[in-house]
Design a protein around this ligand. Sequence first.
Ligand code: HEC
Ligand code: HEC
Length: 191
Amino acid sequence: MYKINKLGMFLVVAFLAAQGPFFNALADHDKHKEQKHHHEKEVRGETEDDDGDYLVAVNNPTYIENCGPCHLAYPPDLLPSESWNKILNEIDNHFGETIIIDPDSKKVISEYLKMSAADVSSSEVSIKIMKGIKGQPPNRITEIPYIIKKHHEVSLTVIKRPAIGSLSNCAACHKGAGKGNFDDDGVVIPN
Ligand code: HEC
Ligand code: HEC
């Protein structure tokens, strides 16, 4: 009996001794990963608190003038360039609206959108948007799997409220949308 206990104790001690360095190595690895993450955020000009939900604060006057009167002048980094191209090429038949834009303005808008589109942006939202898009470029922001997923808890009854109307009306709920802030902390759903 005594002998077995001693052997048991020896095994437990040996087991713990063997695990020690292993757990230490794991902890070091995590710490290293955290430091690397912190460094990457600093390079992009983000702080630790900022979880990367900021998109482009739209400031191009031609874009705002032509694409902002009916809905938010959507931040370019919400759609890949291919989607923007398609929207601009079919602007005379735009979700039931006929929109006329002079060729020079169209060129300015096209360049502006392409420069910060989701496929070239390094914002966290853009990266998540691009991850979920497979095959065809989306026709709408509200068709993007990541955007659908983020709003699955928002009911149709809420969306149909007069102050909202449609999920495309981002600024109704995202109070900082005009500044590119879509953080969930900035959401106020109108009654
Ligand atoms: C005359 C009004 C009007 C103008 C001007 C206009 N749009 Fe739209 N746009 C609409 C309507 C209406 C919809 C559909 C909204 C809905 O389904 O609720 C829409 C939808 C969109 C969507 C899809 C939103 C979603 O549901 O994801 C994008 C992107 C878009 N417009 C981009 C543009 C761009 C780029 C321009 C300028 C070149 C522009 N719009 C100018 C009326 C307009
Ligand atoms: C009816 C109100 C409403 C409208 C309209 C709306 N959103 Fe949201 N959105 C929300 C809510 C609520 C959340 C937070 C979901 C959660 O808790 O994760 C959210 C979350 C998000 C997030 C994720 C933010 C984060 O911190 O994880 C993004 C990005 C976003 N919305 C973009 C958009 C865009 C782009 C549009 C317009 C095309 C839009 N939303 C329209 C209510 C809305």
